[in-house]
Design a binder for this molecule. Structure first.
Ligand code: SAH
Ligand code: SF4
Ligand code: F3S
Length: 486
C-alpha cells in the first residue's frame, strides 16, 4: 500500500498531440524481478509504486509483460551471473517481440553502466541514485524503444543538492508497506557506505554514507503506522553509525529508536545491519533493554575470526574485542538474539585462520549465520592488491563446515524454547508444508517470527496474518520452532 502519493501526469507529445503518461501507459504491463539485499528490495517497492502511479500495471508472468525491470546486486559474481543469464533469455525473447522494453536498475546498473547498455536485450540502465526518474525512462522507452543510461558519475562524490532532494522526495512520497508481508515496512535511515571493507563493492555502487533527517524518518514511520504497519525495520549498511545534527543535538540510532517507539501503532522496531563499533553501541543496546518495542535482535557480522584476515579486510577490530562487544550486549539484554555473516576463502586464508573463524563462531553463539564464499569484486582494494588464492573446493568445504557448526549451535539455542510461550508477528501462509507438526486440524500452517527473529510455524486461521499471536512451542529444529496458538 502506498501512502500519500500524488498522481503524476507527465505530458508526452504523441502524433502531434499532447497526451499524458498515465493515460497512455494504463494498458502496459510490467514484470519486476529483484535480486540483492533489503535495501534493494525497498528500492524495488519504491519503483513499483512510482510505475503504478504513472499508470502501469503489473504481471507475474514475463511472457505477458510489455516491460521487464530487473533490480540487480553486485555483491558477489554469482549475483551478477544470474542477471546476465536472465538477460540472455530476454535477448531471445526480444527477437520475436522487439517491442519488449528491458530495464536494468540497481547496483549492477551503476557498476557496469554503458557496458550493460550494449547488451542486445537492454533498453534502460539506471543506477540506485537515479531511480526517481524511472517512470519517465520507462514511458519514453515504451514510446521510442531507444536506449537510455542514467548512472551517477563520480559516485564517491557527495551527490548534487538536486539529486539528494529528488531521492529524499521519492523516498518519502513512496514510503511503503511491505506488500509481501502485511503490517511490516522497511524504512531507510541511511544511504551508501563509507566503510570500505576491502572485499566490498557497496561503497562504489551506493556512494557515500548519508543519514536521512530524523524528521523525515519519523514522519514516514508515523504515516506507515496510520496505515496499519506494526513493525518497522530501519535500514542502513552500517545502521548503528546513523548520525544527524538536528534541533541543537546529534541524533543517533538510539534517539531514532526512542522517537519511533513513541509512535502509536508501531509495536516492533528492528534495525539492520550493525557494524562492530564502540560508537553509540551501549546507548543502542540500552534502548533495546528499556523499550518494549525494540526487538531483542542484533545482526552484527564478524566476517572472520582471524585477526590477520580481519586486518586485510579493513574491519578495524580483533576477534577478542568483537566477542567482548557481544558479551556487553548480552549483559544489557540477556535475551538478545545475535546473527552474523562470514566470508570464507578470503585471499590468504589458511587452515589456521579458518579455525580461528570456527572458534569465534563457537563462542559467539549466534542464532543464525550467513556464510559466503569470497568473490573478488573489480575495483575493490582486496581485488586490486590480493590474489584470490583459496581454491573453490576449499571455499566450499569451509562453507559447509562453518554452517554445520552453526547448525549445532542453532539447534541447542532453539531447544531452549521448548514448552515456552512466545509472542509472534504472523507473516502469512507457510510456503512449504511442514510434515512434523502434530494435529494439523482444519487450519493452515502459518509462518511467524518472534522479536528475536526466530521463525515459528503453527496452525491457525489465515486471518491472523499481520497480527500478533502467542504460541506455545512444542518442537524445534535448528532454524524453525513449531507450536500451537494459545
Ligand atoms: N553492510 C552490511 C552488508 C553488506 S553485504 C554489513 O556490513 O554487514 C552482505 C554480506 O555479503 C556481507 O556481510 C559479507 O559477508 C558478504 N560480502 C560482501 N562482499 C563480499 C564478497 N566480495 N565476497 C563474498 N561475500 C561478500
Ligand atoms: Fe560493505 Fe563493509 Fe560497508 Fe558493509 S560496512 S556495506 S561490508 S563496506
Ligand atoms: Fe545490496 Fe547487493 Fe547493492 S547487497 S547494496 S544490492 S550490491
Amino acid at each position: 500500500m502506498v501512502i500519500q502519493k500524488p498522481r503524476v501526469f507527465t505530458p508526452i507529445e504523441c502524433n502531434g498531440e499532447i497526451s499524458y503518461i498515465e493515460s497512455l501507459m494504463c494498458h502496459k504491463k510490467v514484470y519486476v524481478k529483484s535480486f540483492g539485499c533489503q535495501m534493494n528490495k525497498l528500492d524495488t517497492a519504491l519503483v513499483t509504486s512510482a510505475l503504478e502511479d504513472a499508470g502501469f500495471s503489473f504481471t507475474p508472468s514475463v511472457k505477458e509483460a510489455d516491460v521487464v525491470l530487473i533490480n540487480t546486486c553486485s555483491v558477489r559474481d554469482h549475483a551478477e551471473q544470474r542477471v546476465l543469464s536472465h538477460l540472455g533469455h530476454l535477448k531471445h525473447m526480444k527477437r520475436s517481440r522487439p517491442d519488449l522494453v528491458v530495464g536494468v536498475i540497481g547496483c549492477m546498473a551503476q557498476r557496469l553502466g554503458d557496458r550493460l547498455l550494449e547488451h542486445e536485450a537492454v533498453n534502460i540502465v539506471c543506477g540506485p541514485a537515479e531511480i526517481p526518474q524511472i517512470s519517465d525512462f520507462v514511458a519514453k522507452a515504451v514510446q521510442d524503444r531507444q536506449k537510455a543510461l542514467a548512472v551517477t558519475e563520480r559516485i564517491r562524490h557527495k551527490g548534487s543538492q538536486q539529486q539528494s532532494q529528488a531521492l529524499e522526495e521519492f523516498e518519502s512520497v513512496y514510503g511503503i508497506e511491505n506488500e509481501q508481508i502485511p503490517a511490516q515496512a522497511f524504512v531507510r535511515v541511511m544511504r551508501g557506505c563509507n566503510n570500505f571493507c576491502s572485499y566490498c563493492v557497496v561503497p562504489y555502487v551506493r556512494g557515500p554514507e548519508v543519514s536521512r533527517s530524523p524528521e523525515a524518518i519519523i514522519e514516514q514511520i508515523r504515516k506507515l503506522a496510520e496505515h496499519g504497519v506494526k513493525q518497522v525495520t530501519l535500514l542502513g549498511q552500517r545502521v548503528n553509525s546513523y548520525k544527524y545534527k538536528h534541533g541543537g543535538k546529534i541524533w543517533s540510532l538510539a534517539d531514532l529508536l526512542e522517537a519511533a517507539g513513541d509512535i502509536a501503532g508501531i509495536e516492533w522496531l528492528r534495525f539492520v545491519t550493525s557494524y562492530p563499533s564502540e560508537e553509540f553501541f551501549d546507548q543502542i543496546i540500552e534502548v533495546m533493554a528499556g523499550s518494549p518495542k525494540v526487538c531483542e535482535y542484533l545482526h552484527m557480522p564478524a566476517q572472520s575470526g582471524s585477526d590477520r584476515i580481519l586486518k586485510a579486510m579493513n574491519r578495524n577490530y580483533t576477534s577478542r574485542w568483537y566477542l567482548e562487544l557481544l558479551e556487553r550486549a548480552r549483559q544489557i539484554v540477556p535475551e538478545i538474539a545475535i546473527a552474523g555473516d562470514f566470508i570464507v576463502g578470503f585471499p590468504g586464508e589458511s587452515e589456521e585462520d579458518f579455525q580461528a573463524t570456527v572458534n569465534l563462531l563457537e563462542k559467539a553463539r549466534y542464532k543464525n549465520t550467513f556464510v559466503f564464499k569470497y568473490s573478488p569484486r573489480p575495483g575493490t582494494n582486496s581485488d586490486k592488491r590480493l590474489t584470490d588464492t583459496v581454491a573453490a573446493k576449499v571455499k566450499q568445504r569451509r562453507n559447509v563446515e562453518l554452517l554445520a557448526v552453526q547448525e549445532r549451535i542453532s539447534d541447542e539455542l532453539s531447544r531452549q524454547f521448548l514448552n515456552r510461550e512466545v509472542k509472534v508477528l504472523v507473516e502469512g501462509l507457510s510456503k512449504k508444508p511442514h510434515l512434523n507438526m502434530a494435529d494439523a486440524g482444519d487450519n493452515p500452517q502459518l509462518v511467524a517470527r518472534t522479536a528475536g527473529d526466530w521463525i515459528v510455524v503453527f496452525n491457525g486461521p489465515e486471518s491472523l496474518t499481520g497480527k500478533f499471536a502467542n504460541v506455545k512451542i512444542e518442537s524445534a529444529s535448528p532454524l524453525t520452532l513449531f507450536g500451537r496458538p494459545i
